[in-house]
Design a protein around this ligand. Structure first.
Ligand SMILES: Nc1ncnc2c1ncn2[C@@H]1O[C@H](COP(=O)(O)OP(=O)(O)O)[C@@H](O)[C@H]1O
Ligand SMILES: [Mg+2]
Length: 382
């Protein structure tokens, strides 16, 4: 069962699997500005792969090189075993869904979806069949005769998706596909997109700047910054095991303590805080670090336990402070705890019980004691 899972759902773990898309040393310069900087990446068949990063980090440029709208300054791209450098955009086995959707305003939903097939000169019968299939897939049956300006944002998004998929590409490139939708619709559409991808088995590469969207959608994520890949992994790997402060802060939030390694064994590291030398952290860690190495200990807000009583025995990973701020969000609350040394710590707790008489678990200015398990924190070296 577990090998089966690896083969079908985690092809990147199987050295026998050939990547469907190979990006090798790809760079794109505009004048003397480097938009994409020497990136390598393997994407496997039927993945839903996300390129995630802030605005201007080079996501769209990389996508456009895959589509054939931009030419790499250096490096090679292979799709399904073939180098695509000399293959023009229209002849590549990929299709792109643009951020703006780029629908034809004067054409009906049906005609918008049929357009590409008509231009390719497919027989009328086949066009009718394929367009009908797509309209059913994206559930636009009641809207086939409408024009784009008679549709909601979500419906327009689905027309754009159908129009891109009707050509049966092996790879669909989606540039910020949900950015134009409001929050609730975006969440709904994320699941719709995953279902459609799952049904068709087409490889999706999605560009987004929205970390929650990337976490929800992807098989794997590449986090980008300034034209480079900072870390690539599954959503769980990226969130639970970020390998830099950049990723720890970019995906979710993290409390970060700077310090130095006091002792390091095969399974854990002891770190002394640089800010407060009475403070020690024990972190379970697989790699050994030399004594005195400068490191950062990162802990996610939801991994910290908060108690009103002082611990009976002092130990590592224990902090004391007072409640500085409470953000009540209904299903959870965010607390800002001001430590005795002045540092502010974020703690998140689910609201598992209904507060009686409108009182919180703890109150403003109340004294609290924080603690986490050594397996809940991570050590970062940069
Ligand atoms: N045709 C172009 N000419 C010059 N600079 C460009 C061009 N296209 C993109 N850039 C620059 O490259 C950088 C990356 O752009 P882009 O890939 O669109 O970023 P993202 O999609 O991550 O927001 C940006 O600084 C952008 O201004
Ligand atoms: Mg972009």
């Amino acid at each position: 069962m577990s090998t089966d899972l690896n083969d079908t759902h985690r092809p990147w773990l199987d050295p026998k699997q050939e990547p469907f898309i190979k990006i090798r040393g790809v760079t794109k310069r505009f004048g003397d500005f480097t938009a994409v900087d020497n990136v390598d990446l393997d994407i496997y068949k039927s993945e839903l792969f996300c390129l995630l990063g802030g605005s201007g980090c080079g996501k769209s440029t990389l996508l456009r090189m895959l589509a054939g709208f931009e030419t790499p300054t250096a490096g090679n791209i292979f799709i399904d075993g073939e180098a695509v450098a000399n293959i023009p955009a229209y002849a590549r086995p990929v299709n792109m869904m643009f951020q703006s959707y780029a629908l034809f305003p004067h054409m009906t939903v049906e005609k918008n979806i049929a357009y590409g097939l008509k231009r390719d000169g497919l027989p009328k019968k086949e066009i009718t069949r394929r367009v009908a299939e797509m309209i059913e897939l994206v559930e636009l049956g009641d809207f086939r005769q409408r024009k784009p300006n008679q549709l909601s944002g979500g419906q327009r998004q689905r027309v754009a998706l159908a129009r891109a998929l009707v050509k049966q590409p092996k790879v669909l490139l989606l540039d910020e596909p949900l950015a134009a939708l409001d929050k609730r619709l975006r969440e709904h559409t994320q699941y719709e997109l995953m279902n459609i991808q799952d049904q068709l088995g087409v490889t999706f590469i999605v560009v987004t700047h929205d970390q929650e969207e990337a976490m929800t959608l992807s098989t794997r994520i590449a986090v980008m910054d300034q034209g480079r890949f900072i870390q690539t992994g599954t959503p769980t790997e990226i969130y639970e095991s970020p390998d830099s402060r950049f990723v720890a802060n970019f995906i979710g939030s993290a409390n970060i303590f700077q310090g130095h390694v006091i002792t390091s064994t095969a399974d854990h590291v002891v770190v002394r805080s640089a800010q407060d030398d009475t403070l020690q952290f024990t972190v379970r860690h697989s790699a050994e670090l030399a004594q005195n190495t400068k490191v950062w200990v990162a802990v996610r807000p939801e991994k910290i336990r908060m108690l009103k009583d002082a611990p009976t025995t002092p130990g590592p990973n224990q902090l004391a402070g007072s409640v500085h701020d409470i953000g009540y969000l209904g299903r959870l609350s965010n607390y800002k705890i001001k430590l005795d040394n002045g540092k502010m710590i974020d703690v998140t707790h689910p609201n598992q019980t209904r507060p009686t008489s409108g009182r919180h678990l703890v109150d403003w200015d109340e004294r609290v004691y924080l603690h986490w398990d050594s397996a809940s924190a991570i050590v970062l070296t940069h």
